[in-house]
Write a protein that binds this ligand. Sequence first.
Ligand SMILES: [Zn+2]
Ligand SMILES: [Zn+2]
Length: 467
Amino acid sequence: MCEEKEEESSSKVQTPVGVHKRPSDINAHLFNPTGVRMLFSLMTPNESSFATVQEVPKYVNQATPYFFGLILLEIILDLLKTNGRRIKINDFITSLSAGMMSRLPQLMMRSLELSVYIYVWNNFRLLELPWDSAWTWWLTFLGVDMGYYWFHRFAHELNILWAAHQVHHSSEYYNLSTALRQSVTQQFSSWAFYLPLALMVPPSVFAVHVQFNLLYQFWIHTELVKDLGPLEWILNTPSHHRVHHGRNPYCIDKNYAGILIIWDRMFGTFAPESDKVVYGLTHPIGTFEIWTVEFLYYPYLWQRFWEAEGISNKLSVILKGPGWTPGKPRLGDIADIPQITGKERPHNPAWSPAMQVYVVVHFLLLLDVYNHLLMDQMILSEMTVLLLTAHVLLSLTSLGFLIDQRANAAEMEMLRCVFIMALQRFGYVKPLVPLLAFPIEVFVLISVVYWSLQCVNQRTNRMKKQN
Ligand SMILES: [Zn+2]
Ligand SMILES: [Zn+2]
């Protein structure tokens, strides 16, 4: 049933007939030491200069195993050092869910950042820097990093852009998973800040650096690395970025850097880490439901827009800082934000260990489906892509409902498990390890039975209450 379009594959792998194998099973880059250097932006012009965009590796995809390797290491160290105080399953899965959701638009279109860049380069370039020159490489490194600084600053200082970016700041914890908590809508605005480079830098060089810039920002989301000595002067480090994620008054609107902290020092937005940082938004969202996490700010902005009196105030709601109110400075008054008492506790309602295990196991199964969808998209039929995307969205929604302990979580989860069972029956879902196919089917079947019983139970209880 699960048709595969062989002719569109760019990296065809000859597999004997009858052998169940997914192309992404053969992960040539899995133990490549370059992967580790990629994460720290320690690549050289020689190994990362390409003539065309098509030749540029998908560094972000290649780095995925290293993301998970480092995340696992951080979890182990956290368990040993603080008994798991810094990483909580509900927050952790929410962050990963946001990261997964934010990359789904890529199934339908090439990154907007790159598409618009190529259009400007093709039509408006003023000069052509050579793609194979180390000078071009370093200039682009600096240009992309400064472009990121300004994008990020605007994302905090313009309410309409903050509506997207606040997703990244909504975790009240600070660990590597926080790096993956990304907004679905942010990619629709970030492209504009790199366009000056398109007047002279070939798209292939830009496509390399925009990925390196993103990758570098992964490892700085940790409390495990304290101080890096003289490197703190030049580089954006875990310490500097902790300040950026803080809601203490001294942290607000500070440290926007991507790789180099020099931009903050130059443009007056630098603050060193001092008091203990309390993480998250000044008004915590208190939910793990993924659609709320991703989109809750837009209705709020819409409401403020209509409530504001006069066109000038309406425009200010959209174009000034999130803390602005009539009569206040453009970025609001720091005295208006809730004071830090040191007694703040992250939103972490109790839930049963059995349910935690259940959600983790289903989430791991989902990660496998998601990886298959993104890595093998080019060789999957349109129907398979559509069904697997529905699987991912339904699963993120339902697991979010379970984590958030919503009243209708049981119905949603029963529906989801029935849908997965159907996909398994018709061969649309194939696990990475074929041997696990049967045990997974049994697990999903047990899940369907369990949630069906839960639904019946809840309905009976409701009827009893009504009578
Ligand atoms: Zn930010
Ligand atoms: Zn961050």
